[in-house]
Design a protein around this ligand. Structure first.
Ligand code: APR
Length: 232
């Protein structure tokens, strides 16, 4: 089976009601990214950070996968599919994708701020996480999110997966945050690369086949092209 690697960003979940970061009504319009999504911000005002993720977690429990998530999951009928997402929601998993890597962590998970392997999963009935909530070893619990200023532990496995791809599909990312944005460069020279976004990214390499559409339509357009082997 051909190997399809799907790289997704916040635009993938926009039609599920979850805000993107850099669109006009995006999260970074209302929050200072360095206050709520960086290790310095955590040290400066951890309660503000906890609240930011508590709010986003509550929205996640209300969100549902959109057609784009389901169309990506259905690619597994004809291809070996790996999803590598910058998103911290679990909508790909809920839509049925079986191989998902979260480069920037997972909103429904929290972990010890001292022992990163002590990870706990939250559900819709769990209370918000506050300062003073401790792990089994007595250290403060924090969101299991990769913040600006922290290493991206899943980057090496992600690079290996992309380097073995036959087809790469990029959906809903402004390609503005590294190292995630560099992943497409690890695709082998024979691999076809497609990008789905209603807004054409400013710098798009020549080899990328751009599909001007939202995720809910664009993934289906991609699927029809690759299934009918229409290689442009
Ligand atoms: N379908 C597809 N793409 C969409 C849609 C949609 N319905 N709506 C918006 N988009 C596109 C936008 O045009 C934009 O290119 O999604 C992209 C969203 O870009 P960002 O908001 O920058 O999100 P992302 O690229 O995922 O950000 C990367 O930045 O702040 C960090 O950790 C955060 O993982 C995030 C990283």
């Amino acid at each position: 089976m051909k190997r399809v690697v799907v790289l997704t960003g916040a635009g993938m979940s926009a039609e599920s009601g979850l805000k993107t970061f850099r669109d006009s009504d995006g999260l970074w319009e209302n929050y200072d990214v360095m206050e709520v999504a960086s290790i310095e911000g955590w040290h400066r005002n951890p309660s503000l950070v906890q609240q930011f993720y508590n709010d986003r977690r509550r929205q996640l429990w209300e969100a549902k996968p959109n057609q784009g998530h389901f169309d990506i999951a259905s690619l597994e009928e004809n291809f070996h599919v790996d999803v590598i997402t910058q998103n911290v929601d679990d909508l790909h998993e809920r839509a049925g994708s079986h191989h998902v890597i979260h480069l920037h962590g997972e909103l429904k998970k929290i972990r010890s701020s001292r022992f990163p392997h002590l990870v706990y999963e939250l559900g819709p009935n769990d209370p918000d996480v506050q300062m003073g909530d401790l792990c089994e070893k007595g250290t403060q619990l924090r969101p299991d999110i990769v913040w600006f200023g922290e290493a991206v532990p899943m980057m090496d496995p992600a690079i290996k997966i992309v380097s073995e791809a036959d087809i790469v599909l990029i959906v809903g990312t402004s390609l503005s945050v590294y190292p995630a944005a560099s992943l497409m460069n690890f695709a082998p020279s024979h691999a076809k690369i497609y990008l789905v976004d209603p807004k054409r990214p400013s710098s798009l390499p020549e080899r990328v086949d751009y599909i001007c559409a939202k995720a809910s339509e664009g993934v289906a357009i991609f699927r029809d092209r690759v299934k009918n082997n229409i290689v442009r």
